[in-house]
Write a protein of this length. Structure first.
Ligand SMILES: [Zn+2]
Length: 446
């Protein structure tokens, strides 16, 4: 058998870079580095942008599918997805960059959040849809996110020195056998660094643009006030289900007042004439509202998982499954919770259920693979990780777990190749140490 031969400096090629930096740099390398000055689409001024428009689209294309899967995929309720896409489409047409490849995704995730990738991929969770009261509020939310895209806020943040701040969040990771006790990511909420932390100025600009877009689309600005009031009220409560939303879109009473003032000074007349479409919103979200208790129970479960209390989390997930037994996210969350509780056989059962409910959604493949790993069914684990890689490539964790499965099967040479590939992407953390140690032990490193 032909041996691989790595020199230690090959392993260190990514030396000094964090995984995020490495992925960021590789995404730039393919897209062609440095876009230079560009005319800002909203202000019309020339401004330094690190990413060109094609790079924004490329970064979006590479990263957004991982975030969407971390958020349990788009809902299978096609009518709901189409409805939100329809509202989104009408907003997109009013933006400063109507030519961007916008797409709108209602995400199975129960937490309260919405986000935009720089190419126009916009995600809206079931959690936040349940907190909105009419279509004008939804239009305001989408308008705000489209405002971030139009004003190129991700590019601006890149330009301002946050070069390392590109994703990949991917699927949260469970520990394999003899992998220590890494259950931290099991219940984690996936929010990529790409989406992290707009500045207060950017929030203000996105608010102002969002308001403009939704009013131009014919909605009552009261919807914008309603959205802001909901956020303002929630921001005082420190609920764990809202934490990601507020860490990415900072809320403040100043922001709230500014929004209200802008409605009063610019759009007062529209408040009397334009509709908010409350009934239409209620009709289109009726099916989702029916399982609101299940979504709420998942939020509670996630809160307990974040406090590292899987036992309690399991009770909440049990409640959500009682309310909605066929819910993909609920089954998968239960599987992850059971992995954290080391009840691997039951975890496998729930991950299989999730797989059968939503066969095309990759996260269940990953979790089912983890359950098989724990049960030392290495060949079945490998088959899940291979399926995952096929459905959603570019997640370094998959490479590691393919290697780990191959190692378990005694296929050292193939395992070594995967470990080597993994170390090209990630050079710190427990998995990197494991990969490095094996390569040394097996004589691939000299
Ligand atoms: Zn924002």
């Amino acid at each position: 058998m032909k041996k691989l031969f790595f020199r230690p400096n090959m392993i260190k090629q990514a030396g000094g870079l964090t995984r995020r930096q490495f992925i960021y740099l590789s995404s730039l390398a393919t897209a062609g580095f440095l876009a230079g000055c560009a005319v800002h689409p909203v202000t019309g001024r020339r401004e330094l942008m690190l990413m060109s428009e094609s790079q924004e689209i490329e970064v979006d294309r590479r990263n957004s599918p991982h975030q969407i899967s971390a958020d349990y995929g788009a809902v299978q309720d096609k009518a709901l997805g189409d409805y939100v896409s329809h509202v989104g489409g009408s907003i997109a047409g009013q933006t400063h960059r109507p030519h961007m490849p916008y797409s709108f995704h209602v995400l199975n995730a129960p937490y309260v959040n919405a986000y935009a990738f720089p190419g126009g991929t916009i995600g809206i969770t079931r959690g936040i849809l349940l907190d909105l009261e009419n279509e004008a509020e939804l239009a305001a939310l989408i308008g705000h996110e489209a405002g971030h895209v139009s004003a190129r806020h991700t590019s601006q943040r890149m330009t301002r020195g946050l070069l390392a701040a590109v994703v990949l969040s991917g699927v949260s990771v469970a520990a394999g056998p003899d992998m220590g006790d890494l259950v931290a990511g099991l219940g984690g909420i996936g929010a990529g660094a790409l989406l992290a932390g707009y500045s207060r100025n950017q929030e203000r600009e996105a608010d102002s643009l969002g308001l403009e877009y939704m009013v131009q689309s014919g909605y009552n600005p009261e919807g914008f006030v309603g959205l802001m009031s909901m956020l303002n009220e929630m921001s005082g409560k420190e609920e764990s289900s809202m934490a990601v939303l507020f860490s990415t879109h900072p809320m403040s009473s100043e922001r709230y007042r500014t929004a209200l003032n802008e409605v009063a000074s610019r759009y007062e007349a529209r408040k009397r004439t334009s509709p908010v479409f409350r009934e239409r919103y209620m009709d289109n979200t009726a099916q989702l509202r029916r399982i609101a208790p299940a979504v709420k129970a998942m939020q509670d479960g996630d809160g307990e998982m974040m406090k590292r209390n899987p036992q309690k989390a399991g009770e909440h997930y049990r409640n959500s499954l009682n309310a909605a037994p066929e819910d993909y996210a609920a089954n998968l969350k239960m599987a992850k919770c059971l992995l954290a509780l080391r009840n691997d056989r039951e975890a496998l059962r729930y991950s299989e259920k999730a797989r059968s409910i939503y066969p095309a959604e990759p996260q269940a493949m990953h979790i089912k693979g983890m359950a098989h790993l724990r049960l030392r069914n290495f060949d079945q684990a490998l088959s899940q990780f291979n399926s995952y890689e096929q459905a959603l490539s570019g997640n370094p964790n998959t490479t590691f777990f393919q290697g780990f499965s191959l190692e378990g099967m005694g296929r050292k040479e193939q395992a070594a190749r995967k470990y080597y590939d993994y170390l090209q992407l990630v050079n710190q953390g427990e998995y990197a140490r494991h990969a490095y140690t094996r390569l040394q032990e097996w004589g691939y490193l000299q």
